[in-house]
Each structure stands twice: as structure tokens, then as C-alpha cells.
Design a protein around this ligand. Structure first.
Ligand SMILES: [Zn+2]
Length: 326
């Protein structure tokens, strides 16, 4: 119950009755302040709702109400005064309500659906499927893709001949079919860093592929993991508020597949808080993420094991996590 409802109910006269239609009736405290004789026939009526409270005097006609999201009105303050609530209680209540409303507004602003700007890919990037001149650099990309069982059907992979990028597989970050970022993964073991990325806050990878007919949205950490199983990726091991908003907006059963490391265990806690499901399949203990599971078991088996180990009960998720994170 709201703090306003609680305060008003606290100061109601003890002599009162409940009407069948939900009103609380008592001697109206307002009438003598409004030029009418004092009420002795319990003609003051109060109704308390989940989102507010409403007072109506059937003697002098005075009305006062409050609704969630509104500040305390002058009339509501008057009513509380006439009910003999102390001024400091009323002032404190008015301030609490105002602060709550501001808090709600700030949160609502933060949780607007993010907008993503279109960004360019690394210079001279071309689609892998459009490469006509093969050299040692883009051949290494093709070999890497073959070894990781990546195909041009997964997404539009790109390659750039420019110096900083020629040994990297470029994965575009699409949003509503526009390119709003990218990551470029090295295909040679000696190149650091492993990923070069252009990423906007709140972005969730592969949302475009979560078609209406899909029941589940599988949430992974890395983009290649997501591509393997048609899931989405957080591009990290943490769910940001705007990412949660975008994922919830899909209106699907959400299943998080955490990486098997300490960051993944924090992700499990976040998933529980968000009311999402978590899947920790009985993969062999040396397998630490979706990508490795696909390497060993293939895409279909991996997807099947994720679906069959999906768990929504917080208790069962916590029990499963004990085995998953060793
Ligand atoms: Zn009255």
C-alpha cells in the first residue's frame, strides 16, 4: 500500500463503518471548515485503491484525492490537517511522495529504448561472400571460418584489406537491418587484442534474428556463440538495464547460457533477478562456452541440450550453478 493511503488511514476517526461498495464511512472532518454544520451521520467516505486514495464528503461536498505519480494536493493536505495529522507528518509525507515521483521519472528516462546510430565498418571492408581476389590474409580468414564451422549463412561476415584489420574476421552489429557497430576478431594467435570493436551502449547482438515464431531467446556472452545457435549476445558478461529492456521486449522465454567462469556466475545472479531462465547443460567439464560445445557436439545437439537444461526456478538454478562453476 502507498505511504499516502497508509497515512490517511492512520488518522481516520476510530468510529467508522465499511460499506458493501468498498467505502469507509465516518463523520466527515471537513464540513465545519467549509461553512456547513459538523457531520454527525458518517457522511464522509473514503475509498482506498492500489494506485491511490479518494475522499468524498456527502455533506458539504468537499473532495480530495491522490493517485500514484502525483504530488500531494492542497486539498489532500487540508484533509489530513482536519483529521488531526500533525504538520510535520504531512510535510514529510509530501516530500516523500515528491521524491518517489522524481525517482520513477528518472528511472523511466534511463529505460527508454536505446537508439543506435549507423556506423561505418573498418575501411574498405567487403563481404566475405564478395571476395574475388584471394590472398594469404583472407585465405587465413576462410580457414579460420572453416575450422570454427562458421558459414556465410550465419550473418554477413566482412573482411578488410587495411593493415590493422586484414587478419581479422569482421562481424557486423546489425539493428533493424542497419550496421550500428562491429567486432573484428583476430584469426592469428599472436595478434592482440583478440577483438577490436565498435559498440554502442545498450546494444544486444543478433536481435534482428529473433523472429516472431521463435519461443525462446537464448542469451550468450559472445557474438559467435550467439550466431551458432541463433541466440542473442550481451557482448560481455553483464546485462545492462537497456539490454534487459531490449531482450524483454522480444516477449519470449529468455534462457541465459553463462560462460563457465566467475563472470558467468555473476550473470546467473542477474538472470535470477530479472526472472529469466538459465541453462547449464551437462557438457563435459572442459567445455567452457557455447562455442566449444558446438565444436565438440555440433550445433543441433548443443541447441537441444540448452533447451532441455533450461531452468526457471531460482533454487534449481542455484543448485545447477554449483556443478557448472567448479
Ligand atoms: Zn464535509
Amino acid at each position: 500500500m502507498s505511504v499516502v493511503n497508509e497515512t490517511v488511514l492512520t488518522y481516520l476517526p476510530s468510529k467508522r463503518k465499511q460499506t458493501p461498495s468498498g467505502w469507509t464511512a465516518f463523520n466527515a472532518p471537513c464540513c465545519q471548515h467549509n461553512g456547513t454544520t459538523a457531520d454527525t451521520r458518517q457522511r464522509g467516505g473514503l475509498i482506498s485503491n492500489p494506485d491511490g486514495i479518494s475522499y468524498h464528503c456527502f455533506n458539504c461536498g468537499f473532495k480530495a484525492s491522490w493517485q500514484q505519480g502525483r504530488n500531494l494536493s492542497f486539498k489532500m493536505r487540508k484533509l489530513l490537517q482536519w483529521l488531526n495529522a500533525p504538520d510535520d507528518i504531512i510535510n514529510k509525507l509530501a516530500l516523500t511522495v515528491m521524491q518517489e515521483n522524481e525517482g520513477v521519472q528518472v528511472k523511466a528516462q534511463l529505460l527508454e529504448v536505446p537508439k543506435f546510430n549507423t556506423v561505418p565498418l573498418p575501411i574498405d571492408a567487403i563481404k566475405i561472400s564478395d571476395i574475388t581476389e584471394w590472398n594469404k590474409h583472407n585465405l587465413a580468414i576462410a580457414e579460420y571460418m572453416a575450422s570454427r564451422k562458421l558459414t556465410v549463412e550465419d550473418t554477413e561476415y566482412y573482411w578488410s584489406p587495411s593493415l590493422g584489420y586484414r587478419d581479422r574476421l569482421i562481424i557486423p552489429f546489425l539493428y533493424e537491418t542497419r550496421i550500428v557497430g562491429w567486432t573484428a576478431r583476430t584469426v592469428t594467435s599472436d595478434k592482440n587484442p583478440k577483438y577490436l570493436s565498435e559498440q554502442q551502449p545498450g546494444y544486444v547482438f543478433n536481435l534482428d534474428e529473433q523472429r516472431p515464431q521463435k519461443v525462446f531467446a537464448i542469451v550468450c556472452e559472445g557474438p559467435i556463440d550467439a550466431l551458432y545457435i541463433d541466440g542473442v549476445a550481451l557482448l560481455g558478461s553483464e546485462v545492462k538495464d537497456q539490454q534487459a529492456l531490449l531482450i524483454n521486449r522480444l516477449n519470449k522465454d529468455v534462457i541465459v547460457v553463462p560462460d563457465r567462469d566467475s563472470a558467468g556466475s555473476k550473470l546467473v545472479e542477474q538472470a535470477i533477478d530479472l526472472g529469466w531462465g538459465v541453462s547449464m547443460p551437462d557438457w563435459e567439464s572442459d567445455i567452457t562456452d557455447v562455442g566449444e560445445a558446438v565444436q565438440r557436439y555440433g550445433r543441433i545437439f548443443t541447441l537441444h541440450s540448452i533447451a532441455s537444461y533450461a531452468e526457471t526456478s531460482p533454487l534449481k538454478i542455484k543448485l545447477g550453478a554449483k556443478k557448472w562453476f567448479i
